[in-house]
Design a protein. Structure first.
Length: 278
């Protein structure tokens, strides 16, 4: 009856995704059904780690993250875990031969969040690599279904998309990251004087990432192309809203796209996709 436990494990990861992200949930629904569980599993896992470093303020975060690391490697090696999120994740890692180095890099960035770091250019790139780009590569290994040549061809574009998503998150979460968590990710920027000129510099960087990412999205297998495009459109919409918001307001308010707008965007994106205008 282990099949029941496996089904439960993937269902838990799906519920986690739906609870934390409407955008990614809708994007995943646009994927081929056979690969959806694996993407839920990846999102559920990275969300679990992210919650440790971002939310569990009354607990020993370092100890919890170390425990997660140990249990992650045990689950992957033993191909079983009593933790449903780890169970679905290890099964996905083993099924799609996800590179363990990607997981290690991700966990390293989570460890960086436990420290007070003054991010220079190199540390900024290192953090984005682990917190976002390698997550995109984990998903890409699922999308390409063990086709190494296709994976290598799409790899740089997947990294750009992950980078764009993370930098948009940085701007969206600026208020909480700075005022509550005491974090500033952007290198060489004094948040005490964050203004529209500095904001524009960051936005230009993000726009370049989005432009490069779209090239790769157009080359994805049909099983994943629309789902990834939909997530891209959600984040692009959020980015445009952030661009039209002053630096002062961003420092004091979290910018959001309401669910109604997301559903409307899903419909318009689908029409554009079906008309081959992607």
């Amino acid at each position: 009856m282990k099949k029941l436990f496996d089904e439960l494990a993937y269902k838990v990861s799906k519920v986690v995704t739906e609870k934390y992200s409407t955008s990614f949930s809708l994007g995943i629904l646009a994927l081929k059904p056979s690969i959806r569980p694996a993407i839920y599993a990846i999102y559920g896992y990275v969300r679990l780690a992210d919650e440790i470093v971002d939310s569990f303020h009354d607990y020993d975060k370092e100890r919890l993250l170390q425990r997660l690391k140990t249990e992650t490697w045990n689950a992957i090696d033993e191909k079983i875990s009593l933790n449903p999120i780890l169970q679905s994740f290890q099964e996905t890692v083993n099924k799609f031969n996800i590179d363990k180095a990607l997981i290690e890099q991700f966990l390293h960035s989570m460890e960086m969040d436990l420290q007070k770091i003054d991010y220079n250019s190199d540390l900024y790139k290192e953090y984005i690599l682990g917190s976002a780009e390698v997550v995109g590569l984990m998903c890409l290994q699922v999308f390409t279904e063990n086709k190494k040549e296709t994976f290598e061809m799409l790899k740089p574009y997947a990294m750009k998309l992950g980078s764009a998503f993370q930098k948009v998150n940085f701007l969206r979460d600026l208020k909480d990251d700075y005022h509550i968590l005491g974090r500033t990710y952007f290198p060489s920027i004094d948040m005490k004087v964050f203004n529209n000129r500095i904001k524009l510099q960051v936005e230009n960087e993000i726009e370049e990432d989005f432009r490069n990412a779209l090239i790769g999205i157009r080359r994805l297998p049909s099983s994943s192309r629309f789902g990834v495009y939909l997530a891209y459109k959600y984040y692009l919409s959020l980015f445009k809203k952030i661009k039209n918001t002053s630096a002062e307001k961003i420092m004091n308010q979290r910018i959001r796209i309401h669910n109604g707008q997301k559903f409307s965007l899903a419909m318009s994106s689908y029409i554009k996709y079906k008309m081959a205008k992607l």
